[in-house]
Design a protein around this ligand. Sequence first.
Ligand code: IMP
Ligand code: MG
Length: 180
Amino acid sequence: MVEKIHILDRDFALSISSEIIQEKVKAVADKLNKDYAGKNPVMVCILNGAFVFAADLVRYINTFQPEILFVRFASYDGVKSTGNVRELMGLNANLEGRDVIIVEDIVDTGTTMKNILPLFESKGASNIAICSFLLKPDKFKVDLNIDYVAMEIPNDFIVGYGLDYNGFGRNYRDIYKVLD
Ligand code: IMP
Ligand code: MG
């Protein structure tokens, strides 16, 4: 792995190695394996960022058979009021009576998650859990319980493992933090 990468106009330094990432993903998968054993939840991967995490996470699932769906929302500036999100790639599924596990890459302020939740609720899910790879607790400011978190991280802007800087950097196995 390289210690430093350059994306567009910024330099980034290695922050979390892929070995640590895999350990943490496996640990969170094991919690799901315990909590959902024998059930048939729908795991919904929030595109784009969560595609790498979701791909690793589902391959550690071995006590239940999840349905795996993908949804993509219009990215938004975090100023609008709740319940007003636009689906770019829709959730063409009836979630009536289902256990839903939302799979997200990172929860920062929590605004995005808070705004997409009503959509899942409106589709009749009986139980909705949020599983985020990363959480930045210092910036988290909404009234919401993030049920499963693989890692808590400081406020640095990071890329890699699905996370991007202006569309780039998602491909790295390791996570890099911005240098200023
Ligand atoms: P929130 O609405 O403040 O919780 O922001 C969540 C969204 O911001 C995530 O889904 C990411 O797309 C993006 N985001 C937050 N922090 C980072 C970061 O450090 N790197 C890349 N994207 C981030
Ligand atoms: Mg995201």
